[in-house]
Design a protein around this ligand. Structure first.
Ligand code: RP5
Length: 163
């Protein structure tokens, strides 16, 4: 699997729906596992080791509250780790954002925005990392960006017609 997505809890499942669809749309093989930096630390490390052995090139860690999943994964691999903070606590995701983004020097976690959009962007960033060595993915990404731009033009027309 090129990408391994780790979510901290089944309650994070909804957050990664669009991210999974994104990876499917680009035909990128991925694995999805539930594991927690705090509740199942040994399983987390085992999954990173297994992912590395099976050819995972990018890890995505999705977690809320005191979100240390990305950091723990990054501590155990030299592959790029993308972190997605989840808005699951009473602090609106700021807790998870700061826990994920404020890594000590030497152990980076590429931290996305919070929630579903952050997760979808994590999937896209993973595709972009894989695309560095994959011309087919670069072509698909260029087409994707073309569709985004065309959508903005179509939206602008609709807005103007509504005036
Ligand atoms: C984190 O705590 C999970 O990633 C989840 O976002 C949050 C709440 O988990 P549950 O208590 O719903 O399992 O570890």
């Amino acid at each position: 699997m090129d990408v391994m997505i780790l979510i901290g809890s089944p309650s994070d499942q909804e957050i990664v729906k669009d991210a999974l669809d994104t990876l499917k749309a680009f035909d990128v093989p991925f694995a999805l596992e539930v594991t927690s930096a705090h509740r199942s630390p040994d399983r987390t490390v085992e999954l990173v080791r297994r992912g590395e052995a099976e050819g995972t090139e990018v890890f995505i860690a999705v977690a809320g509250k005191a979100a240390h999943l990305g950091g723990v994964v990054a501590a155990h691999t030299t592959r790029p780790v993308i972190g997605v903070p989840v808005e699951s606590g009473g602090l609106g995701g700021l807790d998870a954002l700061l826990s994920t983004v404020q890594m000590p020097r030497g152990v980076p976690v590429a931290t996305m925005g919070t929630g579903k959009t952050g997760a979808a962007n994590a999937a896209l960033l993973a595709v972009q990392i894989l695309a560095v060595k994959n011309a087919g993915l670069r072509r698909k990404l260029a087409e994707f960006k073309g569709r985004l731009a065309a959508q903005v033009e179509a939206d602008s027309e609709k807005v103007k017609q509504g005036q």
